[in-house]
Design a protein around this ligand. Sequence first.
Ligand code: SF4
Length: 300
Amino acid sequence: MLEGIHFLLTYNCNFECEHCFLNCSPKSEGTFTFSQIKKVLDEAPKIKSIKWIYFEGGEPFLYYPLMLEGIKLAKDKGFKVGVVTNFYWAKSIEDAEIWLKALADLGINDFSISDDYFHYEEKVEYFSKIAKIAAKNLNIPINSIKIENPKKQFLLNNNQEKGKPIIGGNIMFRGRAIDNLIKDLPKKKWDTLKECPYEDLEGLGRIHLDCFGNTQICQGLSIGNFLEHNLSELIKNYSPKDHPICGPLIRGGPLQLIKDFNLEHENKYVDECHLCFLARKALIDLYPQYLGPRHIYGLE
Ligand code: SF4
């Protein structure tokens, strides 16, 4: 059941992290206008199952006034609201409280920070502590999104039940992570990658929207364009098994994409997402309406 709409408020980010599955950087373009936000939030109440609206990026605090107006509108419409940030602005507790005061006044329900080594290296504990103390002082509920070093993760995974992600520590090999982080990692045979382990491709669960209209169920995988069709209609009419990419993924995972489209492939991949992402990249010109934006795939 679709419960959350996540605004990718902007693809622009002050960081260029090695693991970013949206391929964001200071050069990335694509930011919502307020009229686009209003269009989405006018549609959201028509989708009765929606409970949460999130603002994330890229880095949403780079467009602070726009983010605040979006939060205000979402709260006015009765939704719970969350924000995801890399907290680059948390230079001191006093400064962080200035940035967070307006969010506290708006009654934000979840405040998630990306406090991992990839964003801050060894300084992560210092800066995340500042953000956490400031949020606590203002009674803002705070969560951590921790991404483990992938080599450590694979060691941990060997001790986990097969296929189960480590909560809070799992990296997914999509976007820039494929270019930067797969060297020397263990790999699995391509014909064992038979299911999508993470996304609810049928029930959706949550969708991520960008300013180009892409309605994404996984990074770079869209069910249609919410600027061309009303979002509520798009959701109502979504037929997972008839979707040219989701259909095969539901039937047999990334392996099925390779088989259905007779795609060239390597013998081994790090995980399901690694194969899925490269298969989708090979299909981008065939299905531009469902695969994009191109920069997520590292294409111009
Ligand atoms: S990249 Fe593919 S396999 Fe991985 S979560 Fe997304 S849709 Fe599923």
